[in-house]
Ligand binder design. Sequence first.
Ligand code: ADP
Length: 477
Amino acid sequence: MTIHQNLIAGEWVGADGVENINPSNTGDVVGTYARASVEDTKAAIAAAKAAFPAWSRSGILERHAILRKAADEILARKDELGRLLSREEGKTLAEGIGETVRAGQIFDFFAGECLRLAGEVLPSVRPNIGVEITREPVGVVGIITPWNFPIAIPAWKIAPALCYGNTVVFKPAELVPGCSWAIVDILVRAGLPKGVLNLVMGKGSVVGQTMLDSPDVNAITFTGSTGTGKRVAVASVEHNRKYQLEMGGKNPFVVLDDADLGVAVEAAVNSAFFSTGQRCTASSRVIVTEGIHDRFVAAVGERLKSVVVDDALKAGTHIGPVVDETQLKQDTDYIEIGQKEGAKLAFGGDLLKRDTPGFYLAPALFTEATNDMRISREEIFGPVAAVIRVKDYEEALAIANDTPFGLSSGIATTSLKHATHFKRNAEAGMVMVNLPTAGVDFHVPFGGRKGSSFGSREQGKYANEFYTTVKTAYTLA
Ligand code: ADP
C-alpha cells in the first residue's frame, strides 16, 4: 500500500495514514494519506521559518519559473487531476476538470505577478528627503483549506504566498487530501527549495490548532466554517498576527417580474444546486417578486426534471453526491427543519439510490418560505434552497440584505435601473447581474462582508495586501 506522505523540511514523512473515500462509491478508496502529529506540525513550522530568509530574498525570476512550471504541469494533467478531484470530492468530472484548469491559471497568473512586484517613490514633505514605499513578504504563512474546492482554494492561497516571498505551512481539509498532495508534489518537482512549502495533512483539532497556537506562524489564511474562523481570529489576535477569513454565506438570488424567465431559471438552478450546493457562493435564498413567482417556480420544477444526480465520474451526471455522511445528515436535517417551520417542500429532498453506494440527494426546493426561518438564515451547504415571495424590488433588496452574511448576491432583471441600484446597494463582496451567485474569475478580487469574511481580498493583484507588508523608507539626499 502506498502512503501519500506529508512534506516537512523537504522530506516526505509519515508511516501510516487514513483512507480517502469516494463519496460517489463508498467502496472505492482514492488513496491513503498520512496524518501529521503536533510534533510534525511544529517541525513544519520550524522548517518554514528556517527557509524564510533565503526564499524572501530569492530572485523573482526563480519564483516566476517555479510557479510557471507548476502551472504548466497542472494544465497538462487537467484530465487526470480533475478526475482525482471528482473522485475525492464528488463534483462532476466537468466541474473537477474546470476547477483544475482554474488552479493552473491561478499559478500562471501569480507567476506573472512575480515579475510585476512594484513600489512607489515619492518626495518627502521635508526638503532633500526621498521616500520609498515597498512591499515585503510577511514570513511564515499558515494555509488552512476546506473540502469544497480541493485544488482551487489551495492554489489561490499557495500561489500568492510563494509569489510574494513567503514560506508556507499548508493544511488541507481531512476529506480531500489528494489534490493538495498532488500540487505540493508538482511544486516541489518544479524546484522549490527545501522547507519553503510544507504539507501537513491531518485533523483540524491537531494540525490546524498547532498552527493557530504557534508564535512562529506570522499570518494565517483560512477558508471554512464560521466557528473555526472565529478560533483562527481569536488565536491570531493573541499572537498579533495577520489573518484572513473566508467563511459562510447565505447568498440571495433575486428574481424580478421583468426578468428573462429562462435566464432567471438557469441562474437560480445553477446557483442553488450545481456542485451539489456545496459552494460558499451558492444561493440558498431565492427571492422572487409576486408577478413572476408562480411561473418561475413551475419553470424551476420543470428544469429540475432534466437534472441528473449520479456518480460524479459518469458521463451525463449534472450533480454529484453530497461529500460525506455528516454533510448529508446536515442537509436532510435542514429539509426536516424547513418543513416543520412551515415551508413547503415543492421539489426533491429525497435520498436517491444509484448503482454504487454514495450520498445521493435530490435537489430540494422549498416554497412559501420566510426570511426568518432557520432554512433562510443558517448556511446549509447542500442542494437545498428556499423561495421567498415578495411584493416588489424594494422588499426584495431589503430581504436580500437581511442576513448575517455578505459574500455574493445576485439579481435577474432586464431593468437597468434595478440592476444598477442592486449593484450599488447589495451588502455583499460580489454582485452578479443575470448570472449565478457562484462562478467567479481568477484574476479579480474574491471575498465578502459582514459574517462571511474578514481581512483583505483574495485573488488577483489584491492578494498582495494580505501576503505582503508595507515598508516606508526615508533617505536624506
Ligand atoms: P467544514 O465544515 O467546511 O469542514 P471547518 O471549519 O471544520 O469547515 O474546516 C475547514 C478547515 O479548518 C479544515 O482544514 C479543518 O481541518 C480546519 N480546522 C478544523 N478545526 C480547526 C481548528 N481547531 N484549528 C485550525 N483548523 C481547524
